[in-house]
Ligand binder design. Sequence first.
Ligand SMILES: NC(=O)c1ccc[n+]([C@@H]2O[C@H](COP(=O)([O-])OP(=O)(O)OC[C@H]3O[C@@H](n4cnc5c(N)ncnc54)[C@H](O)[C@@H]3O)[C@@H](O)[C@H]2O)c1
Length: 389
Amino acid sequence: MSRDAEDRALEAEREVGRINAFFPILPRLGNRWAASRPWEGMTIALNLHLTSLTAALVRELQLGGGTFVVSGASPATTHAGTVEMLRNEGIEVYTGRGRDDRFAAVLDHKPDLIVDVGFELVNALLDRRPKQAADTRGAIEITRSGITRLRQRADALPFPVLNINDGRLKNAVENRHGVGEALWQAVAQLTGMHLAGRRVAVLGYGPVGKGLAMYARAAGMAVEVVEPDPVRRLFAHYDGFVTPALDEALARAGVVVTATGRGGALTLEDVSKARNGVVLVNAGHGGDEIDIKGIKDAAERVDHIGEQVVRYRLEDGPRVTVLGGGHPLNIVTNAGSPEPVLLHFAVLGLALERLAKGSFEPGETIVDDAIEAEAAAFALAALNPTATV
Ligand SMILES: NC(=O)c1ccc[n+]([C@@H]2O[C@H](COP(=O)([O-])OP(=O)(O)OC[C@H]3O[C@@H](n4cnc5c(N)ncnc54)[C@H](O)[C@@H]3O)[C@@H](O)[C@H]2O)c1
């Protein structure tokens, strides 16, 4: 291995060590898997984003026996250090080349179990190797977009697929606390603004909006919630937030954050009624909740005033600042603690354990309470080192 590759692997090792130092949920699971060897004799294919968090997961999984083969879900999310580190541990890792080649290389190992992000590896198996699919024991899908694809193939599934995206934990921990904390960290860091005393309008009061409102209040911001669904608006009211109509909120807010899951939640017309100097941030879906194109087209002046910070002067309208180009800001800046993802990975490992036992019917099964309760107990033990599981 070259000196560079060695350095990158070492860097990844250190990062995994740091991650585990403050929330050792995966090492605790690794101890259990080392004792019980749940996937002894099996081959398991993992198609994942190859970050240090994934390295932390795979290292513990392989203590449970079996042979692990890994493909990088996308070159854009493949970190060289993670790849080197996994290879040092004797794991076959396929990166680069075309996606089809990576999937073919992984499927050539004839995996018994598959863990997928985006359902692309499983789709490749179903499309190109139906006989092999019939011998596959099961799969796990991690993401929302993957679940949508899985449901389009529902009739063609000869094996069980565990959906770990739609359990109770992810909504409560990742969507609410993960985004809530990370987004405000990113805003403060990019702008240098002190948040206390600023007035924010949160658009949408689902789990993401609720977390944003809660963490904004904890930072000392004055929070208003705009939500079209009267039931959720009432929840916001009893949680102690003012719930004005959008126009009213925009007239006052210094910061507006969208968490609606809907394209066009904040139109150019809305923005033109906003307070001068307003800061616009998206925490929801893709890049289209705020009409960035409309804002760009209507701008008579554009200033790039910092990394991911662009100020537009609208013709006959306010000055508005857009953070992160209107893409979910916590993702753009990779902000926040890794704990929600590690918890999701703990659910993944426990789901894999159950899948290896073969206790599910073919088709989609949403992760059950027993698996999530066990993951939650491991999380609590990792947060409280004096407890035992
Ligand atoms: N940034 C991240 O890391 C991250 C993480 C998880 C989820 N998400 C995304 O965040 C979005 C919200 O997630 P959620 O779980 O809270 O969804 P959700 O669907 O439960 O809640 C969205 C809320 O927005 C409301 N809404 C719809 N249109 C609106 C509008 N024009 N103005 C104001 N409110 C409106 C809806 O009534 C609903 O209550 C989703 O797109 C989700 O994919 C982002």
